[in-house]
Design a protein around this ligand. Structure first.
Ligand code: NAD
Length: 497
């Protein structure tokens, strides 16, 4: 069986722990490789290599660091097809969707190409007699990223694109479910001219995560994954004195006002609800039609479209979406559909049983559509993370906006309307971090910042954009006086009189 190891100091390395985890091909349900799970000692070796390499990288002028990013971007474009196929084979998303995953990461690399400009500090000439004051942004040293299975290219690049351009060394701990792409990215970074040790990939489970959190030389931890783990990472990282940003789960509502274009809404809900089998933190998982009339008209349009969704192997260019990530997760999603029926919701389209000749063991699920979901149901409160769209009917604008506002998660949301005033009020009042107005998946572009509210994000800095630069650097402010003669000792705090 093929083994997947780690990428340390510019090359593949074994940790020799004897601990492995299966990596599946979700389309066939078969094990395609074994990923080695590293130990705390191995993590410490990776950190030591990163720590040794980082000062020279930080001392490399930002323009030269940017040139490595430019070269890396060109390599991503060169290898896009191969990377997408590799990603698709471990994750199960279609190749077209895998290209989107890589492209969204590549856009953060493009953003990081502007690092000389982004790192410029502030300067005040003449802050006092003969005194100038200036600030600079310096890298933190060795930083780490812990990433989820659902965007194995984009999310590592959200983090290391900015972190490395800022002059840090980066330890990547990918999801053990689809670990190959982050290693391949390391090979491309090396080809682009990145010095060895600046990007290290350590595969593993909780053992490595805890070792990262406890290691004194890891100065910051960026995490994306489920909320329970995000909260754990945030609390434990803070205990060990680290800077932590930890993005968590989601339940994203789309509010549909009576004046919305229902054909557009239907198209958007199909794409945003079922694309990538619903395994996106910005998937629309709850549609909130305002008035029963709108709900009935919307369901009449959605039902045939959900029934017609084409599910199949991820490498088949004809399918709308592929399998889920694992057999366990597939069963979990089925359990939530069962639960919503037990709780009194109405299953309009049942996607629980689907099977294809030759792929009987694949982790497939058809699309499900569930109506009359209410806020007290457990299946509403929880992130299902599958090809399931729930409908929670609302009477008016106020009861509609109350749903995302009261929900534990606050990652993304959308409103569909032709009324600018209603949209503006929604954007202002909604307790959610990323808002779409007639846009279903409002993922901010690389030069803005990505982050949710409430239990969708712990910590105070978003991913990428200028917030990312702030997260991966620390500010130093210098006050400089070049006096003409010696001054007197001053015993009171200096102020500007
Ligand atoms: P996950 O929390 O299971 O795993 C994420 C990472 O944490 C992995 O690297 C994993 O190895 C590690 N991990 C898992 N359990 C751990 C534990 N007990 N202790 C320490 N480390 C642990 O998440 P996942 O299933 O890979 O990803 C799906 C989740 O990620 C969903 O909840 C989704 O909403 C969320 N997500 C959020 C965003 C966002 O930006 N808010 C983006 C993508 C995915």
């Amino acid at each position: 069986m093929r083994e997947i190891h780690h990428f340390i100091d510019g090359q593949s390395k074994k940790a020799q722990t004897g601990r492995f985890q299966n990596v599946y091909d979700p389309s066939t349900g078969k094990v395609q490789a074994l990923v080695e799970l590293a130990s705390a000692d191995f993590l410490a070796e990776a950190v030591a290599g990163a720590k040794a390499a980082q000062p020279a990288w930080a001392a490399t002028n930002p323009q030269k660091r940017a040139r490595v990013m430019f070269a890396f971007k060109a390599l991503l474009e060169r290898d896009m097809e191969d990377l997408a196929r590799l990603l698709s084979s471990e994750h199960g998303k279609t190749v077209a969707d895998a290209k989107g995953d890589i492209q969204r990461g590549l856009e953060v690399i493009e953003f990081a190409c502007g690092i000389p400009h982004l790192l410029k500090g502030e300067f005040t000439e003449g802050a006092g007699p003969g005194i100038d004051m200036y600030s600079m942004r310096q890298p933190l040293g060795v930083v780490a990223g812990i990433t989820p299975f659902n965007f194995p290219a984009m999310i590592p690049m959200w983090m290391f694109g900015v972190a490395i351009a800022c002059g840090n060394a980066f330890i990547c701990k990918p999801s053990e479910k689809d670990p190959s792409v982050p290693i391949r990215l390391g090979e491309l970074l090396k080809e682009a001219g990145l010095p060895d040790g600046i990007y290290q990939v350590v595969n593993g489970d909780k053992v490595v995560v805890d070792a990262i959190l406890e290691h004194p030389d890891v100065k910051a931890v960026s995490f994306v994954g489920s909320s329970a783990v995000a909260e754990y990472i945030y609390a434990k990282g803070a205990t060990y004195g680290k800077r932590v940003q930890a993005m968590g789960g989601a339940k994203n509502h789309a509010i549909i006002l009576p004046d919305a274009d229902l054909d557009q809404v239907t198209n958007d809900l199909i794409g945003a609800g079922y694309g990538s089998a619903g395994e996106r933190c910005m998937a629309i998982s709850v549609a909130v039609p305002v008035t029963d009339k709108v709900a009935d008209a919307l369901i009449a349009r959605l039902k045939p479209r959900v029934e017609a969704l084409k599910v199949g192997p991820s490498l088949d260019p004809e399918v709308d979406y592929g399998p889920l990530i694992s057999r366990e997760h597939r069963q979990n999603v089925i359990n939530w559909i069962d639960k919503s029926v037990q709780e009194g919701a109405e299953l309009v389209v049942d996607g629980r049983t689907v099977s294809f000749q030759g792929y009987e063991d694949g982790f497939y699920l058809g699309g499900s559509l569930i109506d009359r979901v209410t806020p007290t149901m457990e299946s509403y409160k929880t992130e299902i993370f599958g090809p399931v769209l729930q409908i929670a009917r609302a009477e008016d604008f106020d009861s509609a906006i109350a749903l995302p506002n009261a929900h534990q998660y606050g990652n993304g949301t959308a409103i569909y309307t032709r009324n600018g005033r209603a949209a503006r009020e929604f954007a202002s009042r909604v307790e959610v971090g990323m808002v779409g107005i007639n846009v279903p998946i409002p993922v901010p572009l690389a030069y803005h910042s990505f982050g949710g509210w409430k239990r969708s994000a712990f910590g105070d800095a978003n991913q990428h954009g200028t917030e990312g630069v702030r997260f991966f650097t620390k500010v130093k402010t210098v006050t400089a006086r070049w006096p003409e003669g010696a001054g007197a000792a001053e015993f009171v705090i200096p102020t500007m009189k």
